[in-house]
Ligand binder design. Structure first.
Ligand code: SF4
Length: 473
């Protein structure tokens, strides 16, 4: 069911890993704080797996990072390699068996995987493997990846060779951390659709979905994992296999618009600056006479500052967010649903009363929440509300791990722009123009996926297995 107070699309996951060569402290605590910094990428489940002398200790559970791990768990999880995961589940499979990391014991020992993204041919792979007797414990595509790597490892000399054999079988988006008894491997799919970066704490190598998590654990950012790169860390060595790297890339543009934290940098582009740039572009594309620019917390705030800077209209606070509402919040009753936005946001009457407001939000999915926010501002005395959206219209589904609802639910599919404006009861409305969406990130070393706006998918998204691999499965 749609969360009545949260008409947003969501990221699937965040991942964090460390090869602790310097033995600087409790390894599980480092992963815990890394996951804590990535909590915005998934709030429904979390897990940490620690490798100690070839034995894996795994703690997984449903809920926030702070709910899942107890101090005694972390204190007892000693080891030298560890990976962790926070999960948001878009489908019906929300049980703890779908929490990650996924770990398997097989003939060569153990193998643990944490995955951010979505494998579009996972069902075809699952069916092919099940027809040969494979048994899966979850509905998770990460378990399929884990199984495939373990199977390949039986046929080749090293875990990294096994990983490299599996990469071409997978379609879709995958930033992965793979932990063997002696190695930690980080890889990004050949288009780099989901982010992954690395840094150091002394000699210890740290990987994270976003740089904000490196900062939190005191790691010095080194670089992003390149699209198609497989980076292998062992006790005495570290090297990259670039066989899948090409000159193409397609980072999800929505990482900059909404998913990532503004204090992160992805592929050389500051997320905060990208959002400010979106606001500046909106000010140029949709100027209006107004008294105050406000943002819908949190992701609309940076763009509102950008709009203000470009337009000269003062920036201010117009909406106050209740910071203690998580995604596990009990759904409002039908009677309360009408007022559901008030559970999350309140208008700052003293700032908005009698003013013409420009209000920036990052996106319109169904339009339900935004309509209520406009109403909130008008009830608080705003004389005009001009809505500006720092992304283009959502028109197409995402196959790479973002839970954009069925097309029939999308406001921009159902209605014309003028109908959306009327539905919101906004005085004017403007979406960031599609042709300028990539301009929000001029410093990025990556090109972008913009498929949910323009339908141009950067890779094949079908649920099939390439014929060359069918015999190998
Ligand atoms: S389709 Fe949209 S949400 Fe999905 S990866 Fe591409 S830009 Fe991101």
């Amino acid at each position: 069911m749609q969360n009545a107070i949260d008409d947003k699309i969501h990221e699937e996951c965040g991942i964090f890993g460390i090869y602790d060569k310097s033995k600087a402290g409790n390894i599980a605590s480092t992963v815990y704080y890394g996951l804590f910094a990535l909590q915005h990428r998934g709030q429904e489940a979390a897990g940490i797996a620690v490798n100690h002398n070839r034995e894996i200790t795994l703690v997984r559970g449903l809920g926030l990072v702070s709910d899942v791990f107890k101090h005694k768990d972390l204190a007892s999880m000693q080891g030298d390699i560890a990976i962790g995961h926070v999960r948001y589940s878009s489908g019906p499979f929300k049980g703890v068996e779908n929490a990650q990391p996924i770990t398997v014991n097989y003939a060569k020992g153990n193998l643990t995987v944490a995955h951010n993204g979505n494998i579009t041919n996972s069902q075809a792979l699952r069916t092919a493997l099940e027809n040969q007797g494979a048994i899966f414990h979850s509905n998770n595509d990460s378990e399929i990846i884990c199984y495939l790597i373990a199977r390949e490892r039986l046929k080749c000399k090293t875990i990294e060779e096994a990983v490299a054999n599996v990469v071409p079988m997978l379609k879709g988006a995958f930033s992965l951390l793979v932990m063997s008894p002696t190695k930690l491997i980080a890889l990004r799919d050949p288009l780099g659709i989901r982010p992954l970066c690395m840094g150091y704490i002394n000699e210890s190598v740290v990987f994270a979905s976003e740089t904000c998590a490196l900062e939190t654990v005191g790691a010095k950012f080194e670089r992003d994992i390149k699209p198609g790169e497989i980076l292998v860390v062992s006790k005495d060595d570290m090297y990259s296999d670039m066989r899948f790297a090409t000159d193409k890339s397609a980072l999800c543009i929505f990482e900059h618009v909404y998913f990532a934290r503004p204090d992160s940098t992805i592929d050389n582009q500051s997320v905060n600056e990208a959002r400010m740039n979106a606001g500046k572009l909106l000010a140029m594309q949709y100027p209006v006479d107004a008294d105050l620019v406000i943002g819908v917390p949190d992701s609309g705030l940076c763009s509102a500052i950008g709009y203000s800077a470009q337009s000269g209209i003062p920036y201010g606070t117009g909406l106050i967010k209740n910071r203690y509402i998580g995604r596990t919040f009990i759904q409002p009753t039908q009677a309360m649903r009408e007022r559901s936005v008030a559970l999350k946001l309140n208008a700052l009457v003293s700032n908005v009363k009698g003013k013409r407001i420009v209000m920036i939000d990052d996106s319109i999915v169904r339009g339900t929440t935004l309509k209520n926010i406009v109403k909130l501002l008008k009830n608080a005395g705003a004389t005009e509300v001009h809505v500006r959206i720092s992304s283009p219209k959502f028109l197409y589904p995402c196959f790479y791990g973002t839970d954009i609802p069925d097309r029939s639910c999308l406001a921009a599919v159902k209605w014309t722009e003028e109908e959306i404006r009327q539905n919101l009861d906004a005085d004017t409305l403007g979406f960031l123009k599609l042709e300028s969406v990539k301009d929000i990130a001029p410093c990025s070393t990556a090109d972008f996926c913009t498929a949910c706006f323009d339908g141009k998918y950067p890779s094949c998204v079908d649920n099939t297995i390439d014929p060359q691999f069918i015999d190998k499965l």
